[in-house]
Structures are given as C-alpha cells and as structure tokens.
Design a protein around this ligand. Structure first.
Ligand code: ZN
Length: 308
C-alpha cells in the first residue's frame, strides 16, 4: 500500500486544500481509495450532492456522508480550518497549544480553538497497539521537578515517574512507548515491558534490580552497569534523548503538566514521535479518516519488514 505524497510546508498545504471543495474531494478519496462503493447495494456510481459532503448512490439512492465517523461530522467550522488544525498538530514539532492554534488560524474565540484541539487529541490516546520489536532500551525518568535525572533512591517525592521504551535501530531510534508508573518496583517496570515489548526481544537497561525479572519473562536482558551520570546517557542514549525531548516539550509548550493529565500528554508525544516520518498518516488519524489501517506497523514506518 502506498500513501499519497504529503505537503511539506503549510504553504503547500494551504494551496492544496485551499477551499471546502478540495477538502471534500480529499475526504471522498480517503473514504473510497478505490472509488465510490455504496455500502447498501455495492453500486460504484454516485452523485455528489453539492456543498453537503453527501454522495447519493445512483442505483438505490442511499446517501453516504464523507465525514461520518470522523471528527468533522456535523461540524460547524469550515473544513479548511479543521484540515489546517490537524496539519499543525500532526507536524508541529514541539506540539501545539490552544493559544498557538487560535493565533495561527485566526480563530476569534480561544474556546473554539481549545475545543478543536481537544477533539483532535482524542485520536492520540493510546492508538498504538503493535508491540516494540527486536532490541529496545528501557529506563525511567522523573517528570515535574527541577532536577531531571535525579536518581537517588528512586523515591517519587511529588514527582511523577515515567518509564520509557525506545526501539534501537542501528544508531537511530525506532518507536517509543511511555507510561506513568507508581514506583520503580519490578512489578511496575517489568509489567510495562511485558505490555509494550514483544517476547524474545533484547532489552537494554541499567543495573537497577527492578529490571532483574526480565530474563525469567522470555526477554534477553542486557543490563549495563552504571557509573557516573554522563555514562548513563552513553549507555542508554536513545531513551535519554527521548526523555530530554519530553521534558523540554512539557516545560516549554504546556508550562508543566499536572499528574492527572500526564499520561494523555505522554500519549500525544508518543503519537507524534512514532509518526515523525509519516505525517500523512498522523494527519489522517487525527481527523479520523482511514482509521481502518493502523499506520504504525514497522513496515509502514520504515518501508521494510522487520527482521528477526
Ligand atoms: Zn446503493
């Protein structure tokens, strides 16, 4: 399956989706990639009812809405506005606040921008099901305090503990998973690995005892014994890079996040990170288009099948 090309800049995007008609044509193409097919009778010919996003079957007269099942259904905002919002959310590297969205699109009310962003964010809640493969770095980080990387005793003391898993792809990083955990116990850490990483994978961690049981759980555990902090980032460079980016994003974009909402922000970070090479898939998922295909298989991310 090949995905259509995707505009690389906002200018290109605005030219391509300049008006409501262009957006509607795109919705129809997303809904019926192989051409219209009536869901009631299977007929392939239809009329598009002007200006309403409805297609009427020429055989049985059944109407199908191109926005059904998407965030755009029965919206009162212009399609162009939704398309631009989804594009910004999908591609904006540090994430997007409601205020930024309001300013970028010239939306008059902050509440409107906020509500749009919330609807788009719903698509980012744990959409990734496929387990991480092969070779994965795992480590924890504290969120919400001034001292990033504080490790002493692994006590929480008001901070949230987040465990991160990042696929090792040569020198690069593959996909990521992030979860708020109660503590750094074996139950919490190994439970996270079990839920997110395929059995048989190589798991690289530091020497913390909380990862000890991994070898009895069907994983090939490779603990790296830790020295001074600078060494820690050398031993687990990918997971440390992700943690650093996450901290920066949470502090910079959202000025800190309460514990109650932290997992939702982790999901958003994960959503964008795992689709950083496939913005088209991110855009479609946000709008609720083409939801039949999960866009984050290894093959779709990298264009090749996973080996081993
Ligand atoms: Zn029909």
């Amino acid at each position: 399956m090949s995905r259509p090309d995707f505009p690389r800049t906002l200018r290109e995007f605005q030219e391509r989706f300049a008006g409501e008609d262009a957006c509607r044509r795109y919705l129809a193409a997303s809904r019926w990639p192989d051409g219209f097919r009536c869901s009631r009778c299977g007929e392939t010919r239809a009329w598009e009812l002007p200006g309403r996003g409805l297609w009427r079957c020429r055989e049985c007269g059944h109407d199908t809405s191109v926005t059904a099942g998407s965030v755009l259904h029965r919206t009162r905002r212009p399609l162009t506005e939704w398309f631009w919002a989804a594009y910004l959310v999908a591609t904006h590297k540090p994430g997007l606040s409601a205020l930024q969205l309001q300013r970028q699109l010239g939306i008059s009310r902050y509440e409107t921008a906020w509500a749009m962003l919330q609807k788009l964010r719903r698509a980012m809640v744990r959409p990734d099901r496929e387990p991480l493969h092969e070779k994965v770095e795992v480590d924890e980080t504290y969120i919400g305090g001034p001292e990033a990387g504080l490790r002493g005793g692994r006590q929480l003391q008001g901070k949230a503990l987040v465990v991160a898993a990042v696929e090792i792809r040569g020198r690069a990083s593959g996909r990521v998973r992030l979860r708020v955990v109660r503590d750094a116990s074996a139950d919490s850490l190994c439970g996270f690995v079990k839920a997110t990483v395929e059995p048989g994978a190589i798991i690289v961690t530091d020497g913390w005892v909380g990862y000890g049981p991994l070898k009895t759980m069907g994983y090939r555990h490779r603990p790296r014994i830790q020295g001074t902090p600078p060494e820690a980032s050398r031993l687990l460079p990918r997971v440390h890079r992700v943690s650093g980016n996450l901290q920066t994003w949470l502090r910079g974009t959202h000025h800190g996040v309460g514990h109650r909402h932290l997992q939702a922000y982790l999901d958003e970070f994960t959503f964008r990170f795992n689709r950083r090479r496939i913005p088209m898939a991110a855009f479609q998922t946000l709008l609720g288009l083409g939801g039949q295909q999960a866009p984050t298989t290894y093959k779709e991310l990298y264009g090749v099948e996973a080996t081993g």
